[in-house]
Design a protein around this ligand. Structure first.
Ligand code: FUB
Length: 327
């Protein structure tokens, strides 16, 4: 158990954690992060430095309570289809079961998305033998909607391989669209009732500007890069994501969980470190952003720490932009 967390400070310091997916389960806050390894190997644009091998689940009773590390919830040695790199996970609850969704490279080094189950939100989780058929790329985020339907949002550029799936099959040398062409959007697939397979063929989400025109690939301040997350507020779906190369967390809204989404603005200014990745969760009557940065490692991109801060909506439903280094 570690001390009571403070806003905009690492919530744990005994391990490096990143890519937090936060949920309220059984009245407590559960955080499903990546577990960054403490190594000193070089970085590249393929993300080879992100060598993660397992997941730890963190929880806190509320924001005045210490953070509990529940220990190893799943290790890649126990997942038959995984070769390496267990990246950003998410969790969901349905059918009296907790589901842990996670991307990793399969034996051919292609990113796929797997699922593991538990009757406890802290795990341990038992993985399925193989990845979800038809899954690809990284960063799954699952929304269980109020009508009982569930959706997985996923995808990420560069090391996340999304560019390589534009034709529907994996093309190792494929590159992203030209700067003047529509940007690649995140992918959505409705999940089957058992939460273990896709009910439909995954499809790309369109993100448009205020005039209804698709965001372009060259619009790096606003276009999708990785780390999609969807939450609901006042009847609207909010799709938020990282812009990658420009390091923003931005958002777009829609009345339909599968889009199209209209770009609205920036939630989080760039943080220390190359990656930025977040989730948004309501606890009691407040809303919180969980995110990470590399402050604890003095800026080493693959040694990150999960933090949180409160977010505030304006009357019109827009979200106020946060600079996490200005209190
Ligand atoms: O943690 C590995 C990768 O870095 C994640 O999958 C991305 O979202 C980025 O945070």
């Amino acid at each position: 158990m570690t001390k009571k967390p403070k806003q905009n400070q690492p919530i744990v310091e005994h391990i490096f954690t990143a890519d937090p997916s936060a949920h309220v389960f059984e009245g407590k806050i559960y955080i499903y992060p990546s577990h960054d390894l403490d190594h000193n190997e070089p970085s590249n644009d393929n993300g080879d430095q992100y060598k993660m091998e397992d997941y730890h689940v963190l929880s806190m009773d509320d924001f005045d309570s210490p953070v509990v590390d529940h220990g190893e919830a799943l290790h890649m040695k126990n997942v038959p289809w995984v070769k390496k790199q267990m990246w950003a996970p998410d969790a969901a609850y349905k059918n009296d079961t907790y589901y842990l969704y996670f991307p990793a490279r399969d034996k051919d080094e292609i990113f796929r998305i797997g699922v593991a189950t538990s009757d406890n939100p802290a795990g341990p989780f038992t993985p399925q033998e193989s990845y979800i058929p038809g899954s690809f790329s990284i960063d799954p985020a699952v929304l269980v909607d109020e009508d009982g339907r569930s959706y997985m949002y996923f995808g990420g550029l560069w090391g996340g391989q999304l560019e390589k799936w534009q034709t529907g099959s994996f093309k190792p040398d494929a590159e992203g669209p030209a700067e003047t062409a529509p940007a690649l959007g995140p992918i959505v697939a409705e999940l089957s009732d058992d939460m273990l397979t896709f009910k439909q063929e995954p499809k790309e989400i369109s993100i448009v500007d205020e005039d209804g025109n698709p965001l372009l690939a060259g619009d790096e301040d606003r276009r999708f890069f990785e780390g999609a997350w969807v939450h609901k507020y006042n009847g609207y779906y909010y799709l938020s994501y990282s812009t990658g190369s420009t390091h923003n967390i931005v958002y777009a809204t829609s009345k339909d969980p599968q889009g199209p989404y209209t770009y609205k603005g920036k939630i989080l200014e760039p943080v220390i470190g190359w990656t930025t990745h977040h989730s948004i969760v309501q606890f009691e009557d407040k809303w919180y952003l969980f995110y990470h940065d590399s402050s604890l490692s003095d800026g080493v991109n693959h040694k990150r720490s999960v933090k949180f801060t409160e977010i505030h909506y304006n009357e019109d439903g827009t979200i106020q932009t946060i600079d996490p280094y200005k209190e």
